[in-house]
Design a protein around this ligand. Structure first.
Ligand SMILES: NC(=O)c1ccc[n+]([C@@H]2O[C@H](COP(=O)([O-])OP(=O)(O)OC[C@H]3O[C@@H](n4cnc5c(N)ncnc54)[C@H](O)[C@@H]3O)[C@@H](O)[C@H]2O)c1
Length: 442
């Protein structure tokens, strides 16, 4: 029976008759739609945000690195359609879940989106379907959160439907790797599910990496993100130690990375941002507590990274001090609102904390970001700001310019020429020669 289920799924894939449902059309879901359509399958995209669905169906894109023309073409040739109607899940052969996995206000996993989606799928689940969870989460989620909800449909895993986990490794803004080039780790609830999911992804992704089960796949993603989070915290700590010693951490890294083995460079910054690195490790530390163990490295890294914007503010105070100025009353321009360079995503961006904290201390703060013309309300922040143009006259108006995000389009010699004082948290202006001491590394 199990094999019939797998064989039926494989036949529809081989005949390119399978329709792929992608649930959650954000930074992860939308590139995946393109990858499957490029592989010759039809995709139906589901989102609860009717505005996004309307934009896509009108051939527009809200993600900078997915051009509108690509969406318009997919919609025109009927390879892709977007909808808010979950009943259309019934018509799909595979359903891939790409919904958010944030933290609650108490910094615990917020499973409402994954659980809600699984409940929705259960209403329309039919025999023969494969469900894959892609959202980043703690090991055990597919089996403990998704499976019990799907079972409420009355259908049985292995007999009626297949279930797997495959982590998303998308790195928005990256030019050297597309969705299709990044090897895809896949783990099934059972062997048939794993094989079905591997076959599905082979249509869209060049390299598929089967692993023992969904728990190994879930844990591998968390390991990758903990590795980054902990190493970034370590280099941020090094930065603060070396700064006290009068040593430039950037020069230290440049020297250390000449070692041809055993050293991978990580770079300091004003704090951690984005939807993944500041959040995902806490999914594991939360889960670890259920097993009477603690993820000490994660907790320590979190502590260090969360403190970084405050260190940068200390540097702002130090820089203003050289001009006999206080933060209170100073005009400060923050360059870059996005959480990293060349993207338009401001989720968890340290720039937001910097702006809020500088305002709390009485500064008059503006920002410039070529990719974020205005701020929108977020769950915990509402800056209500608009990007100011980066002109010579504007730069001169501020007591201090704080480089928070090192977008490649910024003309750093121009910024250095016209700014009165600069605090550079990214080493972006380092190569610009300036006679007077006006750049402070933070
Ligand atoms: N952004 C990245 O670079 C990245 C990389 C790797 C992994 N991830 C993980 O992928 C997952 C999705 O992240 P993202 O960045 O694409 O998020 P996103 O916020 O850009 O997109 C999620 C989409 O899901 C929609 N949604 C929410 N609930 C829904 C529901 N019940 N049904 C249908 N749609 C729903 C939202 O409206 C939104 O459009 C998260 O778990 C994240 O950790 C993200």
């Amino acid at each position: 029976m199990k094999n019939d289920l797998l064989a039926g799924f494989q036949q529809r894939l081989a005949a390119r008759k399978a329709v792929i449902g992608i649930i959650g059309l954000g930074y992860v879901g939308l590139p995946l739609v393109k990858a499957f359509c490029d592989g010759g399958l039809k995709a139906v995209g589901f989102d609860v945000d009717a505005r996004k669905v309307r934009q896509l169906m009108a051939g527009r894109s809200y993600i900078r690195h997915i051009p509108a023309g690509v969406i318009a073409d997919l919609v025109k040739r009927r390879a892709f359609t977007a909808t808010t109607d979950p009943a259309r899940m019934r018509g799909c052969d595979a359903l891939i879940i790409c919904v958010p996995t944030p933290l609650t206000a108490n910094r615990e996993p917020d499973m409402q989106f994954v659980a809600g989606t699984a409940d929705e799928i259960a209403k329309f689940l039919r025999p023969g379907q494969l469900v894959v969870l892609e959202s980043t989460t703690y090991p055990g989620t597919t089996r403990e959160v998704v499976l019990p909800r799907l079972v409420r449909s009355g259908l049985k895993p292995g007999r009626d439907f297949l279930l797997a986990y495959s982590p998303e490794r998308e790195d928005p803004g990256r030019k050297d790797f597309q969705t299709t080039d990044i090897p895809k780790v896949v783990g099934g609830l059972d062997e048939a599910s794993g094989r079905a999911a591997c076959d599905l992804y082979r249509i869209a992704i060049k390299t598929v990496v089967p692993v023992q089960n969904c728990e190994v796949a879930e844990a591998s993603k968390i390991l990758e993100n903990c590795y980054r989070c902990i190493n970034i915290a370590m280099i941020n700590e090094m930065k603060m130690i070396f700064d006290r010693m009068g040593i430039d951490v950037w020069q230290v890294i440049a020297a250390a990375k000449t070692k041809p083995f055993g050293f991978h460079p990580f770079y300091p910054g004003p704090g951690l941002g984005g939807h993944c690195i500041p959040i995902d490790p806490f999914y594991l530390s939360w889960k670890a507590r259920q097993y009477d163990t603690t993820a000490r490295f994660i907790e320590l890294a979190g502590e260090l990274n969360v403190a970084m914007p405050y260190y940068v503010i200390g540097k702002v105070a130090e820089a203003l001090n050289t001009k006999r100025l206080a933060i209170r009353g100073s005009r400060i321009l923050v360059l870059g609102l996005a959480y990293k360079k060349d993207v338009d995503d401001l989720r968890e961006s340290p720039s937001i904390i910097l702006i809020e904290q500088l305002r709390n201390r009485g500064a008059v703060v503006d920002y410039n970001d070529p990719f974020i013309p205005a701020t929108h309300r977020q769950r915990q922040h509402d800056l209500g700001m608009k990007s100011v143009p980066l002109t010579a006259a504007n730069l001169r108006r501020y007591d201090l310019v704080l480089i928070s995000t090192d977008h490649s389009v910024y003309d750093y010699p121009f910024i250095v020429r016209h700014a009165r004082l600069i605090v550079d948290s990214r080493n972006a202006a380092a190569k610009v020669k300036t006679g007077r001491r006006k750049i402070f590394l933070a």
